[in-house]
Each structure stands twice: as C-alpha cells, then as structure tokens.
Design a binder for this molecule. Structure first.
Ligand SMILES: C[S@@+](CC[C@H](N)C(=O)[O-])C[C@H]1O[C@@H](n2cnc3c(N)ncnc32)[C@H](O)[C@@H]1O
Length: 331
C-alpha cells in the first residue's frame, strides 16, 4: 500500500541498525511497533522475534496488523476463501454504501461504478460469512485485508483519499480482483491493538520499542478515510464534496502538543531499547528529540539520506531529498 511515511524502502536499514545496536539475541526479544501503519516494520521483524506487539490508532491499520501479525492458519484455506470471494464478486452485484457514496454514480468517483459494486459485494459477503460462521475471526481479518489492499490499488486518487480525480485514471479502470494478503503463519503469541499509543504504552512491556509516529500535520484518519469506511462498513452521512467521515485527530500532528506527547511516551515506556524514526521535515526538531531522549537513558542516533517521491495535487511526481533519523535510547 502506498502510505504516507511508509518504511517499506527503509525496513531493511531499520532492521540492520536495530540488530547491530541491541546487545541481545532477536529471538529472545519482545518487539513492539507502536504506530504500525501498513505493518511493514513489524512484518520485517516477525520471523526473527520471540513476540510482536503491534498497534495503530486507525482501524484499517489494525485490520492489516490482525492479518499480517496476528494470523496463523492454513494457507490452503486462505487460497480457497480468496477463490470463493472472487467467484462471488464475478457472479453477484450488490450495490451498497460504497456505490451509493463513493462512485461515479455518487459524483464522488473514488471508484468506478463497477468496482464500487464489487467492493460492496465483497464487503457484504465477508460480513455474512462471519455472521453465519462460515469463517472465523482470523479468516475475517485476512479477507478484509485482502479487500482493502486490492481496492486501494484501484482508487481513482493522486495518492491519498483527501480527494478524487475528476477523470478516471487508467489504473482505476481495471476490474477488481481480490489478491491474497499473504501472512506468515508462526507459533508466536503476537498481540495486536487499536489504541492511542500513549495509553497503550502504560500497559505493555518488552525489549525493543519501535516508534514511527506521524511527523507532520497530515492526519491519517482524513487521508485514508475510505479505508476506514470499507473496513468498518458502518452507516454515516458523508460530509461535503469528498465524503469525509468523522476522524481521529492525533496529538502527533499538532505542533503545540507533539513535544509533550513524545516526552510522556518515553517516560512511560517499559522497554530496554527505543528506536524512533523521524525525518528532518517534521514538527519536532532534531534537538527536541535529543533533549527528551537524553533525559531517560543513553542517547545516540543514525541518519540516512533518503530520496522519496511525493505526489502533489497535479499528479506530478516530485523527487524529494530528506534525512531520515533513527533516534536510539538504551537503558
Ligand atoms: C508514519 S505512519 C507509520 C508508518 C509505518 N511505520 C509503515 O511503514 O507503514 C504513522 C502512523 O501512526 C498512526 N497514529 C497516529 N496517531 C496515533 C496515536 N496517537 N496512537 C497510535 N497510532 C497513531 C497513524 O494512523 C499512522 O498509521
């Protein structure tokens, strides 16, 4: 998934630096990804770790982590369910909330009419299968993740769901086919939460805490509202031209609150090592972070030049050079 602040391209750098820093075997460690987003960092560590704790305040992100981090069931069953769901969306057309509010028909062309109908059909079917016990909870999150990831690829947007494009772009014209959201089955007792990080931190403990909070004022709940709407599939009155729903406002996105939020988090963290990803364009300065970390243990950092691509509203891809910092606290 193309996600603001995704660490997809940085995950091996983060993995190597964590491994080189800690004076423990990864296989004996409890690793927590407290702002997990797409789950890519937790997924990178999962095969090498004793236990993974994953958390994000956004519901769609929780769904992804329930699948990628929490799930442990037979791959053949997963294949069968995907096959059956694809057969349903080929043969049946159920129009529902997405068609009514987020399609060409609704004058909010986030999806073509055909794909909006397929999303509704799949979403209604997944809920029905859970209700009549054809699938269990693990299978439910697997199917929801598969739908979210596959639908996201066909969204008629520049990159996020803050707005839709006036004309349907080529990639959004493809017919929805639900692809399997592969997870790694393990015998770990992994934990997945959907909480405010500063609340959850008071209730967990472990060895490695990885922090990747929002670093600017762009709220995830607003930019990915449609993923929450597909995941929750609840009824509400969409607001205005873009069909926004009520969304969570994070203190990490507020200049006036973010310093205290980080300090409180670090103060309450019961972990041997803390790693914080933050870049040089964030609301907190390098010195802000250094000051906070230095109060609570031994501080160091690693930096990496990073070329990222940013989509602007005209769909022009601009290259952007940033410095990614990995701030480290050991105690
Ligand atoms: C930079 S992204 C994380 C990206 C992730 N590491 C990845 O590679 O996909 C920040 C995440 O923090 C989440 N978030 C924002 N405020 C939060 C809070 N107060 N508690 C927990 N999660 C929060 C957002 O929903 C978002 O997914």
């Amino acid at each position: 998934m193309n996600y603001i602040g995704s660490k997809l391209k940085l995950s091996s750098f983060i993995f190597d630096e964590v491994k080189n820093t800690i004076k423990m075997d990864l296989k004996d460690c409890v690793f927590c990804d407290l702002f997990s987003g797409t789950s890519i960092v937790a997924r990178t560590f999962k095969p090498y770790i004793k236990q993974v704790i994953s958390n994000d305040i956004e519901f769609y992100s929780f769904v992804l982590a329930k699948n990628y981090i929490g799930n442990n069931f037979d791959k053949n069953r997963a294949d069968l369910l995907i096959k059956e769901l694809n057969q349903v969306i080929l043969k049946t057309s159920l129009k529902g909330f997405i068609y009514d509010n987020y399609s060409e028909f609704a004058n909010r062309q986030y999806f073509t009419n055909e794909n909006a109908t397929k999303i509704d059909t799949a979403r209604i079917t997944i809920e029905k299968w859970l209700k009549n016990s054809y699938i269990n909870n693990q299978e439910y999150y697997f199917l929801l993740t598969s739908l979210l990831e596959s639908a996201d690829k066909l969204a008629n947007t520049a990159s996020v769901y803050g707005a839709f494009l006036k004309k349907i772009k080529k990639s959004a014209l493809k017919d929805l086919v639900i692809e399997k959201a592969d997870f790694l089955p393990t015998n770990q007792n992994n934990l997945v939460f959907n909480k405010n990080a500063n609340e959850l931190i008071k209730t967990i403990k472990g060895d490695i805490l990885y922090l990747d909070p929002p670093y600017n004022s762009r709220e995830y709940g607003a930019n990915y509202h449609l993923l929450n709407t597909i995941a929750k599939y609840d009824e509400f009155i969409p607001k205005g031209k873009t069909g926004l729903r009520d969304y969570i406002r994070s203190n990490w996105c507020k200049k006036a609150k973010v310093y205290d939020e980080l300090e409180e988090l670090i103060k309450n963290a019961n972990f041997k090592y803390i790693f914080l990803s933050y870049n040089d364009e964030g609301l907190l300065s390098f010195d802000d972070i250094k000051n906070i970390f230095s109060k609570y243990g031994e501080y160091s950092y690693i930096s990496k030049d990073y070329q990222r691509f940013k989509a602007d509203s005209n769909r022009v891809q601009k290259q952007n050079n940033t410095i990614e910092y990995l701030h480290i606290l050991s105690r």
